[in-house]
Design a protein around this ligand. Structure first.
Ligand code: HEM
Length: 524
């Protein structure tokens, strides 16, 4: 892929910026928005790019190619080794760090727990936690409008939601001035490091060299002694994730052995309790080891927290900027709650089917996907058909690309969600109304493989986001309770959204490494 002629040589794409990092420093830059758009405009759906040390890679958001990568040939296009190795190091052998049969076995056990039937049962937990958030905001704004930093509240809420409904454990009382749990600080430190492809490459080169040397205690001593702050930061984060998951796991196991539960979740319906019970009755081949169970806890908390917090922060920012949409949404929510007997909380089926709330969530997840790219590697030679043929550098039309074993492929999730050929000339505009009428024929005809709403936000196939319905419920419950009680308006701060594995807001002129979104909140 680095020096020999390749089938990708005939595919147009940008010139390499440097032999060491190709176009990665531009493509994966935190401000790569304009660069990525220019690539799409210049080269279309399928592009050859240069990666690390001259490696030729494929970048695509062609609907048919994505269908093959994520669904039809998904056993060929797997997560890259860098991703798996690093995830294994950080989370243990949970769902984020397994491939093939081991991943299939884990998904088989986890999938039913993320079903709608279970979400219905968990809905009261979602309300219980979000009412606490509502109370905390009420306390803050009781004497008049206040500027509130939204990201930290959304992160705390998302973490508490996945902890209580996922692990049957509580981290946070969501009271006004409680400091964030060390866990959420640890994940915040980790996300940009783990998500950066260059960091992954560096790790992929280093890990095989060091992971087999000496005993575990020798390696720990070597890490402690090596004078590199970044390494020590990652060590500390991994320690917090691991010890948190082990402590929760052990206390659950003990409670179960004593015939009781942790007492926190409603009838022990949380994901881990169900998984641990299912594991006890599974056959030997299908059951998960202790390390795999602990790995699921870290994986779920990590995958659920900052993604949801990013989506919720974006939703509140957009509503603050579009007061008309906010008013219309508030009316829909108020009418629905007033129609409920004794003005109780809306049950699962009612809240998820409020049409305007749903349209707002879909449109926000379309235009502002918290994860904007996925990476895969071809495990064997394969032909990838395209829906939209491209013109090769030799002038001939290419309608299928020969992808040789080991080729890395980057898939443009946001690029697909905002593809003007499918979504129309207004694809880059936030218009919740577009979901209240039939979608464009081009979107339907493209047969996009995404699991959610013709979007690639949660990707597709057997490695699609397991929590996409869970996150829908979170967003809808949080929005419903906040919009009912408060008006959100923009603060004076200028906000810049940065790409860093997960897209996060920052204040222009403020600390660019700390996600922040100040919004004025006023009691209604
Ligand atoms: C708006 C919120 C969310 C977004 C945008 C999101 C997006 C994604 C994406 C794009 C992937 C695939 C990554 C890849 O393979 O390259 C993924 C995987 C995953 N997500 Fe989510 N996610 C969200 C919320 C959640 C929640 C709430 C949970 C759990 C409660 C969750 C659990 C997972 C897990 C476990 C995986 C790995 C699945 C596997 O490899 O089989 N996610 N998510």
């Amino acid at each position: 892929h680095r020096v020999l002629p390749s089938s990708l040589d005939n595919i147009p794409g940008p010139a390499s910026e440097s032999f060491l990092t190709g176009v990665f420093s531009k493509l994966f830059d935190t401000d790569a928005w304009a660069y990525q758009k220019s690539l799409h405009r210049t080269y279309g759906n399928t592009i050859r790019i240069h990666g690390i040390l001259g490696e030729k890679e494929l970048y695509t958001y062609d609907p048919k190619a994505m269908h093959h990568i994520f669904v039809k040939d998904q056993s060929v296009f797997e997560e890259t080794d860098q991703f798996i190795q690093l995830n294994n190091l950080i989370f243990g052998p949970g769902i984020l760090a397994t491939l093939g049969e081991q991943h299939r076995k884990q998904r088989k056990m986890l999938n039913p727990i993320f079903s709608i039937a279970h979400l219905r049962g968990m809905t009261p937990i979602f309300y219980k936690i979000t009412h606490k958030l509502q109370d905390a905001f009420l306390k803050k704004v009781q004497n008049g409008p206040q500027e509130i930093e939204i990201v930290s509240w959304m992160t705390r809420t998302a973490l508490e939601l996945v902890c209580q409904s996922g692990l049957g454990h509580s981290f946070d009382t969501l009271e006004e001035d409680t400091a964030p749990h060390p866990y959420s600080i640890a994940v915040k430190t980790l996300v940009p490091k783990v998500a950066n492809p260059m960091m992954r490459y560096a790790t992929a080169f280093l890990l095989p060299l060091v992971s087999g040397i000496g005993s575990a205690s020798f390696r720990r001593w070597a890490v402690n002694t090596f004078p590199w702050k970044n390494l020590h930061d990652v060590r500390d984060v991994v320690d917090i994730l691991h010890s948190t998951s082990v402590n929760i796991f052990e206390s659950k196991k003990e409670a179960m052995a004593n015939g009781g539960g942790t007492g926190l979740s409603i009838e022990e319906k949380d994901i881990m309790s169900i998984l641990m019970k299912a594991n006890m009755t599974a056959s030997t081949e299908e059951s998960l080891s202790r390390d795999e169970l602990i790995g699921q806890m870290s994986s779920l908390m990590f995958a659920a927290m900052d993604t949801t917090s990013s989506a919720l922060s974006r939703l509140l920012q957009l509503l603050s900027l579009h007061q008309d949409v906010q008013d219309k949404l508030r009316k829909e929510i108020n009418d629905a709650f007033e129609a409920e007997p004794e003005r109780g909380d809306l049950p699962y089926d009612k809240i998820v089917s409020l049409p305007y709330l749903d349209a707002i969530c879909r449109e926000t997840l379309r235009l502002h996907s918290p994860v904007i790219m996925a990476r895969r590697v071809a495990r064997r030679d394969i032909v990838l058909p395209l829906m939209v043929p491209i013109k090769g550098l030799d002038g001939r039309e290419i309608s299928e690309v020969y992808v040789s074993k080991g080729t890395n492929v980057t898939i443009g999730l946001l690029a697909s969600n905002t593809n003007p050929a499918l979504w129309g000339a207004d694809a880059d505009e936030w218009k919740p109304e577009r979901w209240l009428s039939p979608l464009p024929d081009e979107v339907i005809a493209a047969h996009l493989p995404g699991v959610y709403a013709n979007l690639m936000t949660f990707i597709a196939g057997s490695r699609a986001c397991i929590g996409f319905k869970f996150s829908q419920l979170e967003m809808k419950v949080v929005l419903a309770l906040l919009i009912q009680a408060f008006r959100f308006s923009p603060s004076k701060a200028e906000i810049a959204w940065k790409i860093g594995g997960i897209v996060v807001p920052t204040v222009v002129g403020g600390d660019k490494n700390t996600p922040q979104l100040p919004i004025i909140v006023e009691k209604i």
